[in-house]
Write a protein that binds this ligand. Structure first.
Ligand SMILES: Cc1cc2nc3c(=O)[nH]c(=O)nc-3n(C[C@H](O)[C@H](O)[C@H](O)COP(=O)(O)O)c2cc1C
Length: 356
């Protein structure tokens, strides 16, 4: 196995990515955005530690997991960690999900006063049955007049730009992304992210990219493409084929957070994977009072996938209940994978996260 020494510095994240100089790739209103790859909001995945790691690796801005303003408005102790962000994450957006324009605007005002995000994103994409069926998420695409109201009211409630993340439509018989995008922009949306699937498709089938090109060709605001980008080559392909301003990456980022540095997962040596694992696990601890072992498993499963471990070994790692049991196994594994100095691997990644 050939790889760099464990103590070698990590390759610098290319925040400028495909921009040829230090000028922004695009802007959200007056907010300059540097870089063309962005971590997608993912409930249960894009928590503050994972977002910070992906920002360091090159993701161009951070967006919170969705905030359901129905819950926010009634729960005294709404989960604060969903609003938490690190200063290095700026620009940071908070995503709102609901079906009631006034409640969304009131919540936005309250959230802005407390957390001061750089922008708000409106979720027109969540296809979870209990959300969509009450007319929130992708359910809002069936009521474009409500979309107009939402943008009008939230625009009055907060002094920061608004963006929208949407799908192609409710189903194949109602592909109204053009109409909804136009309404959002006419009422103040400053950027559009389009996931190239309908609500009915959820995450099945193949994302269609032509509608992303279509929106880019006629909308006056930046268009961010989303759907099925899992490698740097696919990100380049989406940028070239659709002309979109940036690419948002969801599930592929969980498998390969280094994608934001335009790196294939196969290019990342085990020492770096180990360093990231140790950093992320530790960084998650303050956010998970019941322990980070369980919530970290889904990441670990994705990070270990390329090593094609025998099933019983993988299961032993993924069912470890205590931190010491887990890291004993991980330390063995990464020594076997050729990491010469585990301490050095940990330190290099920690230093990398501290210096940027
Ligand atoms: C586990 C999971 C949670 C998600 N949570 C959100 C969310 O909170 N807000 C949102 O707008 N989209 C959410 N999405 C959708 C993603 O942002 C993205 O649009 C979708 O996964 C398609 O992109 P991909 O093919 O790169 O994964 C979620 C997706 C997944 C897989």
């Amino acid at each position: 196995m050939t790889h760099t020494s464990d103590a070698d510095p990590l390759p610098e994240a290319n925040h400028q990515s495909r921009s040829s100089d230090f000028s922004p790739a695009f802007s959200i209103g007056s907010l300059p955005i540097y870089g063309q790859l962005i971590l997608a909001p993912m409930d249960g995945i894009s928590d503050p530690p994972f977002r910070l790691i992906t920002r360091r690796l090159g993701s161009a801005f951070s967006l919170s997991e969705f905030i359901n303003t129905l819950d926010f408005s009634v729960q005294k102790h709404f989960q604060q960690s969903r609003f938490a962000f690190h200063p290095q994450e700026h620009p940071f957006g908070i995503q709102l999900l609901d079906n009631d324009p006034q409640r969304m605007a009131d919540s936005a005002g309250e959230i802005y006063a407390k957390y001061k995000p750089d922008f708000f994103d409106i979720n027109l994409g969540c296809a979870t049955a209990r959300i969509a069926s009450r007319g929130a998420g992708v359910g809002l695409m069936r009521t474009p007049e409500k979309v107009a109201q939402i943008f009008q009211l939230i625009n009055q409630a907060v002094p920061v730009p608004l963006t929208v993340k949407m799908r192609l439509g409710w189903d194949e018989d109602s592909l109204n992304y053009r109409e909804v995008a136009e309404i959002a922009v006419a009422n103040g949306a400053q950027a559009i992210t389009l996931h190239g699937r309908t609500g009915k498709m959820a995450y099945r089938g193949k994302a269609r990219w032509e509608p992303i090109a279509e929106l880019k060709a006629y909308l006056p605001v930046p268009v961010i493409g989303n759907g099925d980008v899992t490698t740097p080559a696919l990100a380049r392909q989406m940028l070239t084929e659709t002309g979109c301003d940036a690419v948002m990456i969801g599930r592929g980022a969980k498998t390969n957070p280094w994608i934001f540095s335009w790196r294939e997962r196969s290019e990342v040596p085990p020492a770096e994977v180990y360093g990231l694992i140790c950093y992320q696990y530790r960084a998650m601890q303050p956010y998970y009072p019941n322990g980070a072992v369980l919530p970290f498993r889904k990441f670990l499963k994705a990070y270990l996938e390329p090593y094609a471990l025998p099933n019983n070994r993988l299961q032993a790692i993924l069912t470890a209940k205590r931190e010491d049991q887990l890291f004993k196994q991980l330390d063995h594994l990464f020594l076997e994978l050729g990491v010469l100095n585990l301490n050095a691997a940990r330190e290099v990644f920690d230093i990398y996260m501290q210096n940027w």
